[in-house]
Design a protein around this ligand. Structure first.
Ligand code: SAM
Ligand code: SF4
Length: 444
């Protein structure tokens, strides 16, 4: 067996892509290993969304170059180094120009060609760069059967983005919006279930803009897809991420009220609370629209856990603008959220603006927002104390008999699960709330 080490950076879609690359390599005789040390193939599946992402990749590649030379010197054989993902898409040829140790460069839309790329590299002995957006359907070329994934799994149903928020690279690195057909998704979901998966998270850069070809030949919405998948025996729970407020349709809100398999958790980024900033971000809605939407969602599913993304220090953001972000946050009461300092991304409109916010102002705003979000997360968890809820047992804990499960609200739950197995759904009462997780006992 040859060994492959895949290191995934960034979003859940990259995690999914890394798994699919692993699925492709299995039949070629590769087994996955946790570290790069004696791997024959090392793949960095990169992210370009923030910070000096490309620089970090080059510094990692410098270390891998040394490893490659050392291994060859000691007679360990050739180490093929591949750069995949959004940095590969954005940088392309530049990567092999700057780092000679790199053998393969391919983007998020071309990784299904990995077996051919490896062959081309072996035949020519030269680096191969593949970053065009291909005409064929990537998913149709991926391995059909899903190997073991555990109890929960990601399933990409939608890719790319046509929204062009002024701060974001996704439309450039992942390309135009595309939805997979329902039948193709169903086949993958069934394979996951056959491999033991009980909870599936449907992924997309704008997952609620999903509009794939339905089983009946009509276009299906995300709500339609969820209804369809929830009829599959063995799927106990469905989730989806990430959603855009503009695509939060009535049927999707209704699904939260009516479909017991759809979990009460929604990741719905607002990014900023000031209408002027939202407009300059090209988000296409006002803060008030978002708050009204949240009210409707809570009416449909009162216990829903809400999460979001925030950017502080977008160009031109004033203290008054930022306070509106705090105000929206207070009004929503999030169960958890991700917040970031604005990071200028080359090639995006906001990066060229002259009114960039100083670093220390961004850092100060981020700390204040995160303090508020942290308190809200604690409050949400604390409110679960004494509550009964179903927990899906996911993995072993550190103590004998202990398993770690997942609540409907995506919290980790520790419990003594003697007599139960991973994959079981158990009813519990939450009896302790820690800073990161909950503890519970199973109902007799
Ligand atoms: N499509 C989703 C949406 O519109 O809400 C978000 C997808 S994006 C990959 C994930 C998050 O990264 C965004 O919600 C945003 O908060 C953050 N992000 C994107 N570009 C950024 C930038 N230039 N600087 C800081 N954060 C950024
Ligand atoms: Fe990026 Fe905006 Fe598209 Fe989300 S909606 S992926 S933030 S461009």
């Amino acid at each position: 067996m040859k060994k492959v080490h895949i290191k995934s950076y960034g979003c859940q879609m990259n995690v999914y892509d890394s798994q699919r690359m692993g699925d492709l390599l299995g039949p070629l005789g590769y087994e996955a290993v946790a570290g790069p040390e004696d791997a024959d193939l090392i793949i960095l599946n990169t992210c370009h969304i923030r910070e000096k992402a490309a620089e970090k990749v080059y510094s990692e590649l410098g270390k891998l170059r040394q490893l490659k030379h050392e291994r060859a010197k000691q007679g360990g054989g050739e180490t093929v180094i591949a750069v995949a993902g959004c940095v590969a898409q954005a940088e392309g040829e530049e990567i092999v120009r700057r780092e000679k140790a790199v053998d393969l460069v391919f983007g998020p839309q071309t990784y299904h060609r990995l077996p051919d790329l490896l062959k081309a590299r072996a035949v020519t002995g030269r680096a191969v760069v593949e970053t065009e957006f291909p005409a064929e359907d990537k998913f149709a070329h991926l391995a059909k059967a899903a190997p073991k994934r555990g109890v929960t799994a990601f399933l990409t149903v939608q890719e790319g983005c046509d929204k062009f928020c002024s701060f974001c690279v996704v439309p450039y690195t992942r390309g135009a919006e595309f939805s997979r057909p329902v039948a193709q998704i169903e086949a993958e979901a069934r394979a996951l279930v056959a491999a033991g998966v009980r909870e599936i998270t449907l992924l997309g850069q704008n997952v609620n803009a999903y509009h794939g070809l339905g089983a009946d030949g009509e276009v299906s919405s995300l709500a339609g897809l969820i209804t369809y998948l929830s009829r599959i025996d063995g799927i106990e729970r469905l989730r989806f991420t990430t959603s855009h407020p503009r695509d939060m349709s009535d049927d999707l809100i209704e699904a939260h009220a009516e479909n017991p398999k759809l979990m009460p958790y929604l990741h719905l980024p607002i990014q900023a609370g000031s209408d002027r900033v939202l407009k300059e971000m090209n988000r296409g809605h006002r803060a008030e629209d978002y708050l009204k939407l949240i009210a409707r969602i809570r009416e449909a599913r009162p216990d829903i856990a809400l999460s979001g993304d925030f950017i502080v220090g977008f160009p031109g953001e004033t203290e008054a603008d930022f306070e509106e972000t705090l105000a929206v946050t207070r009004a929503v009461r999030y169960a958890g959220a991700f917040s970031f300092k604005y990071s200028p991304r080359p090639g995006t409109p906001a990066a060229d603006r002259a009114d960039q916010v100083p670093e220390e102002v961004k850092a100060d705003r981020l700390a204040r927002l995160q303090a508020l979000l942290g308190t809200q997360q604690k409050d949400f968890n604390q409110a679960c104390l004494g509550r009964e809820m179903p927990v899906l047992l996911e993995k072993p804990g550190r103590h004998p008999g202990q398993l770690i499960g997942r609540s409907p609200y995506l919290q980790g739950v520790y419990l003594d699960a003697r007599g139960h197995a991973i994959g079981d759904m158990v009813n519990v009462t939450i009896d302790r709330v820690g800073s990161n997780a909950l503890s519970a006992h199973i109902h007799p």
